[in-house]
Design a binder for this molecule. Structure first.
Ligand code: ZN
Ligand code: ZN
Length: 240
């Protein structure tokens, strides 16, 4: 379990789920809020954030309309940010994490606003603003692949069940995106692709989540035989 605390130890948090992809943010607001060259932030599903103590010490500053930066009012440690348009997500300031957050930053964002006195010397991808999911480095993701053979005649019911089930997988920590495709030659065969931040996002995060039970109830009875699931990583230079 990952814990976090502010400088004065008045605010203590438990992070019960995995953090999402961490990034170095060079925007001028993060620089000022942290008093440093950049911030390092990682998203966390709101339901995984638990206050052990110090909720009353938290103050929020609305740094731009609808964006709130939360800090400890006693010691000033930045703790997280949130935007009112996405109440499901908190962006945790990795500097307040105790021990190892089990995440390594994947890229730099808002590099166009970078402090002139700071030089980026690592080889991580750099973005001038915040990249859309499509632009994120696919090479760092793990692709889950499963060929689903259905009991015959159940394709329609399966597709309906999948529409409900996909909400579960899409809200899992470490999920990036997914695709379900129907086979042209064999109508009862489907291909499921799910992109994850890491192998553990699928095997530990998703399969051990409460939502997985519901996923199983919705989908597993359609399969015959039960599918084999494999995971694939990118081959350097082998995609456009
Ligand atoms: Zn504090
Ligand atoms: Zn920023």
């Amino acid at each position: 379990m990952i814990t976090a605390s502010c400088l004065c130890d008045g605010v203590r948090l438990r992070l019960d789920g995995k953090l999402g992809p961490a990034a170095f943010c060079h925007c001028s607001q993060c620089r000022k809020a942290n008093g440093s060259a950049f911030a390092c932030n990682a998203p966390l599903r709101a339901r995984y954030l638990e206050f052990e103590c110090g909720r009353d010490l938290i103050r929020e500053f609305e740094s731009s309309p609808g964006k709130f930066r939360a800090f400890c009012s006693r010691c000033g440690s930045p703790i997280y940010s949130r935007v009112s348009a996405d109440p499901e997500t908190f962006r945790i300031r990795l500097g307040v994490v105790d021990g190892d957050p089990e995440r390594r930053p994947l890229f730099h964002v808002w590099v166009g606003s970078k402090a002139p006195w700071f030089e980026i010397t690592d080889s991580l991808p750099q973005f001038d603003s915040v990249p859309s999911t499509q632009d994120l480095p696919i090479s760092t993701m793990v692709l889950e692949v499963a060929i689903l053979e259905l009991r015959s005649g159940e394709a329609r019911a399966f597709e309906a069940a999948f529409l409900e089930a996909q909400e579960i997988i899409a809200s899992s920590s470490g999920y990036r995106r997914h695709e379900l495709r129907r086979c042209v030659e064999t109508p009862d065969r489907y291909l499921l692709l799910v992109w994850w931040d890491s192998l553990e996002s699928h095997t530990e995060g998703f399969r051990k989540s409460p939502g997985y039970q519901r996923w199983r109830e919705l989908l597993h009875h359609f399969y015959d035989p039960f599918p084999e699931v494999e995971h694939y990583v990118a081959v350097t230079g082998a995609s456009a």
